[in-house]
Design a protein around this ligand. Sequence first.
Ligand SMILES: [Zn+2]
Length: 492
Amino acid sequence: MRTRTLLVAAATAVLLLASPATAAAPAAGADGVGDSYYPTYGNGGYDVSHYDIRLKYQPATDRLEGTTTILATATQDLSRFDLDFALDVSEVLVNGRRAAFAGSGEQELVVTPAAPLRKGERATVVVRYAGTPSAVKRYGFTAWLRTPDGGVAAGEPEAAWWWFPSNDHPSDKATFDVSVLVPDGTQAISNGVLVSQRSQLGWTRYSWREDKPQATYLATLALGRFDVTTSTTAGGLPVVNAYSRDLGDNEGAARASVERTGELVDWLSGYFGPYPFSSAGGYVPNVPTRFALENQTRVFYSPRQFASGSNTSVVVHELAHQWFGDSVSLQRWSDIWLNEGFARYAQYLWSEHEGEGTAAELADWVWSSHPADDPFWTVRPGDPGAEGQFDLAVYDRGAAAVQALRAAVGDESFFAILRGWQSEHRYGNATIAQFRAYAERVSGKPLAELFDTWLFTPARPAAAPSGAPAAASLAAKAEPRSWQKIHQVEHR
Ligand SMILES: [Zn+2]
């Protein structure tokens, strides 16, 4: 991770030296949005409003082909611009005219339109492509998960490159239509609502629509033989879940967990405010991975999540992300605490609801079970670095930080902050600094020291998160009963 970052940064510097900016002439868009963790992820010079992804997939060979149409607006006069993509491209059109294109670096597709784009101009970009995503490696890996009956695109931060060209950074969210043709008997699962399903001559086309802004890493595609369940919550929200027909012994526990999605969405709404999207659900493909991922409206669960029985805790975690991460998305990857600290804290709230340990007990256990010299405390959840982005400390110290905030501002302000933050930034992006300012505004309390202590200092805070005296915390507490369950599996 570190090596590739440095190499890419060096390449960028050379480019900048070679083409000094002039005010008059259209310039090349940057090859990244300026995220310090991933300098080449996303691109500069334009903003995407919609992706229309139209594909054909052959499960026997893992061959994926088709066209993505991108609606974008230039944010500067553009002589050329980059997309992030890894499959083989055969044609690119910009506003109906053929554009020159070339691969660059690991995942840059450099597009030169026949005519420059003016700042503010709307552009329609059509990319035609094909490939075998499981065989295409970038930075030494593929995020495409091959299954016995198809394939799955799910990964963070990288997943899009293996199935659609994009401005691959969460700061540029867009709506999505995903339409995939598969052989009869195979299903195509994606985000949002299934708007049509048509079969003809042995092939079936599934067309999905996500009508709320969605980060590119939260777009997902699962192709395989699934059993699909549909239901509607008491509040009228459609729930669509899908289970591989090959889950073996994990099938019962998977269904007993994921079928509770509607109930848990309603429960979380009590803390975070109205559910932000037009559908909910999850899918469990037959993959050997261990993680789960909060794809917008359609959570990815590895079967391993259910290997020792039902696991509502992981469902709560991923559904909490529908608010913290998906509706209100991070502005930069360094803001990951806004995702993981709160999704983990939702698991603490669920534990409390289930009578398996209160949120305060869990947060204090994080503090007391890691001695001051444990390297755990060297990770700063507020800026953990690209390598530390999914470190355990981002989750557990991150959730303990949420509890410390609660103790500092009191329950009334705390729950007002959770709900108000969601309505203030719904469908947008935000930073930790903005969250702190918002929490200070709602609570009327200065919080700089608390945020610095819990999120930005590489050392164990002096006091336990609940505010209980340190000695009492250390001596009196036993491990909360939900602790093992919460830590049994890898979350994203
Ligand atoms: Zn998570």
